[in-house]
Design a protein around this ligand. Sequence first.
Ligand code: DX5
Length: 217
Amino acid sequence: MVKIAPAVLMVDYGRLAEEIGAVEKEADLFQFDVMDGHFVPVISYGADLIRSLRPRTAVPFDVHLMVQYPERYITDFARAGSDYLTVHAEVCPHLDRTIRQIKETGVKAGVALNPSTPIEAVDPVIRDVDLILLLGVNPGFGGQPFLTEVEQKVTELRRRLDDLQIRCELEVDGGINLQNCVRIAKAGASILVVGSAVFQSPDPVAAIREMKRLVNP
Ligand code: DX5
């Protein structure tokens, strides 16, 4: 089953609990876009938002750290109730150590790659991570078009994971919608992160149901 993770970015923050509540029956995970204004040119939110929402839903929280120094915040986000914590390989000179630091908190560990970063960047930790996230857009904003060249990275990474018999999640995030979701799922994604195509649609629940129907025929 390909899972759908609504991305908490392009939402009405004044009504966030209701927006999350409205789609929680359909969501397999919620992805939280944590941005620090350095690694990406936008500031979004911190661990307190995760901590506040945690008691409101049992849906797993997939926290994507788009921050310059993720090792400084791992303990706080783990204690806030994250189920997955994902760091970017581009800002982790000691990636193996950072992945271990996440796993020592008991939270599942993920590594993310920007569109221009080759998949070989995950090789040092490919057997240790629970999730590999391939960005389909340059991170920092929702509502951007999917960069079609990333589809080939999904195919290559899926082949590599299958050849090595590695069962971690292959997550794709950014620019996913009802028109391209089937192609990306067929390329090998096991989780699709979807922001504007869910929370900016007139009927977010129907949008998730339709995407699930398309990618899990
Ligand atoms: C972008 C974020 C994505 C984004 C997805 O930096 O990592 O999660 O919110 O939004 P859409 O689906 O609108 O591209």
